[in-house]
Design a protein around this ligand. Sequence first.
Ligand SMILES: NC(=O)c1ccc[n+]([C@@H]2O[C@H](COP(=O)([O-])OP(=O)(O)OC[C@H]3O[C@@H](n4cnc5c(N)ncnc54)[C@H](O)[C@@H]3O)[C@@H](O)[C@H]2O)c1
Length: 214
Amino acid sequence: MKVLITGTTKGIGKAIAEKFLNCGYTVFGFDILPSTINNKNYTHYNLDIKQKDLPIINEISYLINNAGTQNNNDIDNNLKGTINITEFYGIQKHIKAIVNICSTSAHNGAEFPEYSASKGGVLSYTKNVASRVAKFGATCNSISPGGVITDLNKHILQDKNLYQQVLNETTLNKWATPEEIAEWAYFICVVNKSMTAQDIIIDNGEMSKFNFIW
Ligand SMILES: NC(=O)c1ccc[n+]([C@@H]2O[C@H](COP(=O)([O-])OP(=O)(O)OC[C@H]3O[C@@H](n4cnc5c(N)ncnc54)[C@H](O)[C@@H]3O)[C@@H](O)[C@H]2O)c1
């Protein structure tokens, strides 16, 4: 079965690609950067998810929209790019599941303004797509991570004080790994059959952290 994943050169997208490859799937990856995956079942396309001239790849079963930026044309990349890819590859009769990598920012408005707005759009667009792929028996859901240990947060990870500050914002005092998010993406695509138009928050309890004042 064919899986299309965007943003596969680094971070969460690379981990999702490796998960599907380890499970025997044929994976197609899109990224503006060259491939870092060496596997006979992997095909890399050096492209921007915003571009209109996209390669023909027929009969995609699973689509994972993961490519994203933080504070760099986020509405164009994270929202419009996701819409561009989904409308071209996702709305067709062979599709079984679409997973969009969203963010807790979509829920609480935290982080950069355009980033937050872009992810809020992805959250809503996920529900729109879910209603349109239902006729194919397919699901569409999103995953909203809190902090994940990737290059996107390199400057925080390299600064011991900053990193401790962000960990203090979580209930579990840690961030997630890309491999953990990949397990969720795989589960929602392949195992899940009945959840659609939903969002799963994986944030180490960051959004639910509170002090009980009595
Ligand atoms: N890391 C986190 O803490 C975190 C938290 C919440 C949500 N997310 C989301 O998860 C997704 C992946 O983030 P990550 O942390 O793995 O980031 P990352 O920077 O490590 O990897 C992102 C990948 O996407 C590619 N990419 C970016 N824009 C692209 C475009 N226009 N076309 C094609 N490829 C493009 C990059 O080249 C890179 O390989 C993003 O959508 C991000 O918003 C990340």
